[in-house]
Design a protein around this ligand. Structure first.
Ligand code: C2E
Ligand code: CA
Ligand code: CA
Length: 855
């Protein structure tokens, strides 16, 4: 209605956006309105073009009906003082002016502009002219008031004018009676105060003074009508100012928004409240989470998201039906709410998934305590229809900001913590960061970074030569993917290819492999580099995509590589999937002319039927056989029979992981065709590989299989048995991390450091610090250090050298402790003193379940 405020300059572009031109169907109404005014009146659009002008208006300016053009010019002059921005403000404007009539004389007039705003849209303005004395103060004339009244009385919104000098209501439209049930003439400031809801009165009065300061106030409050009805109203007050800035009056519009409010509340309920439990729902949880993140982003305060899921709840649904399930959910929800009290907000996300947001706790542990309280409340026996239900739940907690800075991340991490808590068994609660050990933390980080690694070109290829056993010449090479990670250094494909295979990233990576290998092979062919073939690895997943053959063919053509110069290595796992797709892909590749090698042959699922069924050209005997080949008669026999099998089936036989001269000699004697291993070379850059191809024979590397020589400043104790020690990471790139710990086996320890065995894949890096906790003779000592060397002693089992970086004082403490140990180590009952492992350490590590424990 009148007085929709908006500041802004009156320019045409804006006008188009904010104004609706009077539509043709409004025209007759406007016309008759203007014509019926007894004052000189015109209606004009927001560009200042007069649309309707009444006779009195023309007369006053001295124009006849046919003199439209001249009239327009006259209007331009008339509007020259008109402050157009007030049209945007929607405020009436009154000023005195002098106007030149057509026939000559200048007459003083009062000009009143009243914008016409209907349903929030500005349609144009009325302009009234009234001959006046120059000394008259500009004010609304009785006539203008008359028509003003006429229009507004037809509206459902009540309009009122209040004289600000004495707060007298000088005008109020008829709608007020319908809204407040009080006749218009009885409305004054006092009656108004009486009907405003007592709880809202204070704020209504406070807004009055705001009106003086700001000039405009919109607020919603409740009124109680004489018949006892409670209504919501929207009050929009606009101060009317004189040119001097003094506030003379206020235009007030009052709208009954009771129904609108009801509807909004209803919508709100549907959108944000869970119907079954009457708890807030997942949308609401997101909303509150976002709000809290905003509030705590800068004040350094932590808050927690606890995600709760009932244990084995589907069983209740299955056994007793959904009605009982729903009832359980309802009661559990109430218990949780009672347990949490004012310490947080409980939300039901979905099914038996709940979430609690809690804050204002100064210790991280107190969130764990809250979780315990909730779990206890959930766990109390629940009698229902003659049964006693024993329900339990698990909780996963993530903390803002340490466990994530976005709502998605925080929710996801709380869920990950929940999953891990579930792994520990019913009734457990875990904080996200503590639920991770080095392994899961690293794999989580890698998972997050892999997508970008593909984009950022952090992946590249190295080549490892394949040596013909008889001639000792490099005949081929295997392309091996590498990832140079910004924090973790060179990451092994054994770590990240697993992650890639779990996502669709594997296809992007495989495309990268095919592209790089074909490009490289094509380049070597054009440079006449002497080589027979290049091998590359594909994952089982690649064989489930139907277009594999096409994708390879495209690259072969692109780089001019004959198909027989490519060899694809596939592990047996790929063949295990007996799906037709896999078989078809193999046939397609064969038809294309590329050769196929069966990788890691002999481990896992080797079976003759695979060899018969699939068209493989080469078998690659797994590294694990070679490890123990020289010296062990049993193993030698196995390798010999694998080689014989290959030869018998007319396949090329390759052995990988050859590290010593003895292994090489033996394998050559056994009839193996091709040898691959560190004895000849580790994987190298393409340029270095080219050199190797050009060599007549590839020389043997000396000391390829020996462990690194340790140069130590401090003496060490060799432990009689491997000792189980807790290891955790404490900082990465100078940022501290808080993780749970993993058990590693220590076989040698001193003041300067220790040596350990583990299945963790780690690299020697100065910017990663680890903490070790050793329990011996009832005392726990802790040491902090970094890895200085790493060596894979058997497939997926690593030996690491750790150098302690501890202050001298702590070293003294260590040295005392170690001396005491030394004296005890000879005794017979050391097994009681510490966690010594009597099994074979490698076997122990291979079978040990990853233990997750508090750091
Ligand atoms: P793989 O196909 O069995 O590759 C042989 C692995 O053994 C390579 O490790 C290689 O560096 C290592 N190796 C070779 N000779 C010796 C030796 O004498 N001693 C020892 N201790 N190790 C040796 P890498 O590069 O870490 O690759 C590990 C696995 O990652 C590969 O095993 C393969 O399954 C996978 N992989 C590597 N590159 C790719 C790729 O481009 N695509 C796919 N799908 N998988 C790949
Ligand atoms: Ca391979
Ligand atoms: Ca292999």
């Amino acid at each position: 209605m009148w007085g929709r405020a908006r500041k802004g300059n009156f320019n045409k572009k804006k006008a188009h956006e904010t104004f609706r031109p009077v539509s043709p169907c409004d025209m007759p109404a406007m016309k008759s309105l203007v014509e019926n005014f007894s004052e000189a009146a015109c209606f004009y659009d927001f560009y200042g073009n007069a649309l309707h002008v009444n006779d009195r208006f023309r007369e006053l300016l001295g124009f006849g009906e046919s003199e439209q053009a001249m009239l327009d010019a006259g209007l331009k002059q008339l509007f020259r003082h008109f402050r157009q921005d007030t049209v945007l403000d929607g405020q009436p404007q009154i000023y005195n002016d002098r106007i030149a009539r057509k026939d000559g004389p200048c007459v003083p007039i009062r000009v009143t502009h009243i914008p016409l705003i209907v349903a929030g849209e500005r349609l144009g303005s009325f302009c009234f002219l009234c001959p006046t004395q120059e000394t008259d103060a500009p004010k609304l004339s009785a006539v203008v008031k008359g028509w003003f009244q006429e229009i507004v009385n037809r509206l459902e919104i009540a309009v009122g004018l209040v004289d600000m000098s004495d707060k007298k209501v000088t005008f109020v439209s008829d709608a007020i009676q319908k809204i407040c049930e009080i006749p218009a003439e009885d409305i004054d400031f006092r009656t108004w105060c009486n009907i405003v809801h007592p709880d809202d009165l204070e704020s209504v009065i406070a807004r009055q003074s705001e009106l003086r300061e700001i000039g405009e106030v919109v607020h919603r409050y409740r009124i109680l009508t004489p018949s006892g009805k409670l209504k919501w109203v929207k009050d929009h007050s606009l101060a009317l100012k004189k040119e001097t800035g003094e506030i003379t009056a206020a235009v007030v519009t009052l709208e009954d928004i009771t129904e609108q409010n009801l509807l909004e509340n209803k919508l709100h309920t549907i959108a944000f409240i869970d119907e079954l439990t009457q708890l807030q729902n997942n949308h609401s949880a997101r909303k509150v989470l976002e709000e809290w993140m905003g509030e705590h982003a800068h004040n350094g305060e932590t808050f927690a998201i606890l995600r709760l899921n009932l244990d084995h709840f589907t069983k209740i649904n299955d056994l007793f039906g959904h009605a009982v399930g729903d009832e359980m959910i309802k009661r559990i929800a109430k218990r949780m709410k009672d347990a949490v009290k004012e310490n947080g907000i409980v939300f039901r996300l979905l099914g038996d998934d709940f979430c609690i947001l809690a804050r204002h706790r100064n210790r991280v542990e107190s969130y764990e305590e809250l979780a315990e309280t909730i779990l206890e409340a959930v766990g109390v026996v629940l009698p229902f229809r003659g049964y006693d239900f024993h329900l339990t739940a698990c909780i996963g907690i993530s903390l803002f900001p340490s466990d994530g800075k976005s709502s998605t991340r925080l929710m996801k991490n709380a869920r990950t913590a929940l999953k891990r808590a579930k792994q520990l068994g019913p009734g457990n609660a875990l904080i996200y960061s503590r639920s991770m050990n080095i392994e899961s933390f690293k794999s989580f980080e890698l998972e997050n970074d892999l997508r970008n690694a593909v984009k950022n070109r952090e992946l590249y290829f190295e080549y490892q030569p394949k040596i013909e056993a008889k001639t000792q010449k490099a005949v081929g090479a295997e392309a091996l993917i590498r990832w140079k990670h910004p924090t973790w250094g060179i990451v092994s494909p054994s770590e990240f290819m697993k992650i890639a295979e779990e996502t669709t990233l594997i296809h992007q990576i495989s495309d990268l492999v095919m592209e790089s290998v074909c490009r490289q092979a094509g380049y070597w062919i054009t440079k006449n580099v002497p080589f027979q073939f290049i091998s590359f690895n594909l994952s089982a997943k690649d064989f489930l995509k139907r277009d594999l053959g096409k994708r390879i063919k495209r690259r072969l053509d692109k780089y001019g590589v004959p198909p027989e110069r490519l060899e694809i290595e596939i592990t047996e796992g790929a063949m295990l999937q007996t799906s037709e797709t896999v078989e078809q892909q193999m046939k397609d590749l064969k038809a294309l002319g590329v050769t196929i090698a069966l990788d890691d042959f002999g481990v896992g699922y080797s079976s003759l039927s695979h060899l018969k069924r699939f068209p493989v050209d080469t078998i690659k005997i797994d590294r694990s056989f070679v490890d123990s080949v020289s010296g062990n008669e049993q193993d030698e026999k196995i390798v010999q029979s694998l080689i014989d099998l290959g030869i018998g089936l007319n396949k090329k036989v390759v052995t990988e992981g050859v590290e010593t001269r003895e292994q090489y000699e033996l394998l050559k004697k056994m009839g193996c065709h091709v040898i691959q291993g560190f004895l000849f070379s580790k994987s190298v850059s393409p340029a270095a590989m080219e050199e190797i191809f050009r060599e007549e024979t590839v020389p043997l590397k000396k000391g390829a299989g020996k462990p690194p020589i340790e140069r130590r400043r401090y003496s060490r104790i060799d432990l009689p048995l491997p000792l189980g020690v807790k290891m955790t990471m404490i900082s990465l790139n100078n940022k501290s991390v808080s993780l749970g710990s993993t058990e590693v086996l220590v076989n040698n320890i001193g003041v300067g450091g220790l040596r350990l065995l583990s299945r963790l894949r780690l690299t020697a890096q100065a910017d990663i610090l680890y903490r070790f906790e050793v329990d011996f003779m009832n005392t726990a000592v802790k040491g902090v250090g970094k890895i200085v060397w790493a060596k894979e002693i058997q497939k997926d089992v690593f030996c690491y050298g750790v150098e302690f970086s501890m202050p001298e004082r702590e070293k003294e403490h260590w040295s005392e402790t170690l001396n005491r140990w030394k004296s005890r180590l000879g005794s017979n009952d050391i097994l009681k003193e510490a966690r010594f492992i009597t099994e074979d350490p490698v076997a122990y590590l291979r079978t040990a379940r990853t233990i997750m424990s508090e750091p």
